[in-house]
Design a protein around this ligand. Structure first.
Ligand SMILES: C[S@@+](CC[C@H](N)C(=O)[O-])C[C@H]1O[C@@H](n2cnc3c(N)ncnc32)[C@H](O)[C@@H]1O
Ligand code: SF4
Ligand code: SF4
Length: 452
């Protein structure tokens, strides 16, 4: 028996509660965004990241339901069975949304600019010894609110559906809540990179109601060491207390971990702490040698550090993006098969630094040689993306791509690490390359040793 009954004009399911018939309408649920990409059509849940492929006809109907009432005619256009499936997935809900959201995202560029990543400020309450953009209490640059709104509008017009904010410390931004409100209204999946020491009630509420993803930094499980590294007394306890609030509210979190200068036991303690105490996803990295991290690099790392990096970041067959460090199997792991994720540099995301300059990625955003000399004050996002794609079309790859046995699984490694460690954007990534012990890596070590 169908649960649905049709009233005049709009669809009205009836619920029988204590013998009283309650009549309610259905509304489009703005948690779900609609994406049109290269003749493929998707529904994506901003809450769970669930993705459902749909056809063009359904895409067009849903486009209408996101602004118009859901009528009996619309249900018959969709088909009752399909409507049931959509309803079960909560694409339609009984609750009237508080406000409208522009959830229709149509690809306007090739390659598709999916994610816009903005360094909203370089001001920061911490003073980390490795910070690539040298953020601190003494820096006061912000992208103005009106410029942020304009960036958001342009990103939406191009069909982008992910928006990531970093800093400095984004939670120092005055009126940050207004930016988050607007991102939700413009249909974005939102991610904030933060040190998580400054969470307010207001921002927590928005994080929860807009399903915002939180990437936060934790560098030691020992509070004193974390505070020292981050140049702020009490940083660890503030971050952990705020994390607990996120956890209570089921917020999606990811911990960013720096692996440098740690003993094996410090790494194991930290990863165990994240895994068992915090129960959060995580990724690990080694410093890119720029900013306050300059001079800190161990150019070719060592086999232990390469293995730990691989073990904690490789994509496993079960597509777990952050594998867990396990001392028992670290040595036995089959490193020659490891796949690393493609970060999407020059292919799917665009970075804007706190000067408003368009750039390839956060740690390549202050590099004269790679500057496209375009910024938000003089150029549209569309023209900047086209210029950037054109300029780096053939260079954002390892120069051995065509002859290396591992290129399909190393996915190019990190272009920024290649550039900052070896001086060229298309050199090997010494960290990822060492995981496979590729012949190019071995040759590189020999050269390095022979020049010393
Ligand atoms: C620049 S911070 C901005 C967001 C926030 N303030 C935080 O610390 O998470 C973003 C991330 O970059 C990492 N980071 C900073 N300097 C780095 C470097 N030289 N190499 C690699 N990652 C770095 C931080 O540890 C942090 O996880
Ligand atoms: S890494 Fe983050 S918290 Fe540390 S100084 Fe840089 S911006 Fe601030
Ligand atoms: S040489 Fe190294 S960085 Fe280049 S494709 Fe091969 S494994 Fe990747």
């Amino acid at each position: 028996m169908s649960l649905l009954r049709f009233g005049e004009g709009s669809l009205q399911p009836s619920l029988l509660i204590f013998g009283v018939i309650i009549v309610r309408n259905f509304f489009y649920n703005f948690d779900w965004i609609l994406i049109s990409e290269n003749d493929c059509y998707f529904l994506v849940d901003r809450k769970s990241n669930k993705r459902i492929e749909i056809n063009q006809a359904l895409f067009s109907i849903l486009e209408r339901t996101s602004t118009d009432p859901i009528t009996k005619n619309i249900v018959s256009e969709i088909g009752e069975d399909t409507f049931e499936v959509l309803r079960e997935n909560k694409i339609f809900s009984y609750q009237k949304p508080k406000f409208h959201s522009d959830i229709v995202k149509i690809q306007q560029t090739t390659p598709f600019l999916k994610r816009v990543f903005v360094e909203i400020t370089n001001s920061c309450n911490e003073f980390c010894s490795h910070c690539y953009n040298v953020s601190s209490n003494f820096k006061h640059k912000f992208i103005s609110k009106s410029d942020m709104f304009e960036i958001i509008n342009q990103a939406h017009e191009l069909g982008a559906y992910e928006f990531q904010i970093t800093g400095g410390e984004p939670m120092l931004y005055k009126g940050f809540g207004d930016i988050l409100d607007y991102l939700w209204v413009k249909g974005f999946i939102i991610t904030i990179n933060t040190n998580l020491t400054l969470l307010t009630e207001e921002i927590l509420e928005k994080i929860v109601s807009y399903n915002i993803n939180i990437n936060f930094s934790l560098d030691y499980s020992n509070p004193k060491k974390h505070d020292e590294f981050r140049g702020l007394q009490g940083a660890f306890i503030k971050t952990i207390n705020n994390f607990k609030q996120l956890k209570t509210n089921h917020v999606n979190t990811r911990v960013n971990v720096m692996l440098d200068n740690k003993s094996d036991s410090e790494i194991v303690d930290l990863i165990d702490y994240i895994k068992y105490d915090l129960e959060s996803r995580y990724v690990t990295d080694y410093m890119i040698p720029i900013g306050r991290g300059e001079g800190s690099e161990s150019q070719f790392f060592n086999s232990r550090s390469q293995k730990i990096y691989a073990f904690t970041n490789a994509i496993k067959s079960d597509s777990c993006a952050s594998c867990q460090l396990d001392k028992r199997t670290l040595e036995e792991y089959e490193y020659s098969n490891i796949t690393f994720p493609d970060c999407g540099i020059g292919k799917s995301f665009l970075f804007i630094n706190t000067n408003g300059s368009y750039a390839l990625c956060p740690s390549l955003a202050y590099t004269d040689e790679l500057d496209i000399n375009m910024n938000i004050y003089d150029s549209s996002m569309k023209s900047a993306w086209e210029t950037l794609v054109q300029k780096f079309r053939s260079s954002l790859k390892c120069k051995h791509e065509h002859s290396c046995d591992y290129s399909a699984i190393c996915n190019g490694g990190c272009r920024s690490r290649a550039y900052h460690s070896l001086g060229s954007i298309n050199d090997i990534d010494p960290l990822v390359c060492g995981v496979y012990q590729s012949k190019y890596y071995i040759e590189g070590i020999d050269k390095d040793v022979s020049t010393k």
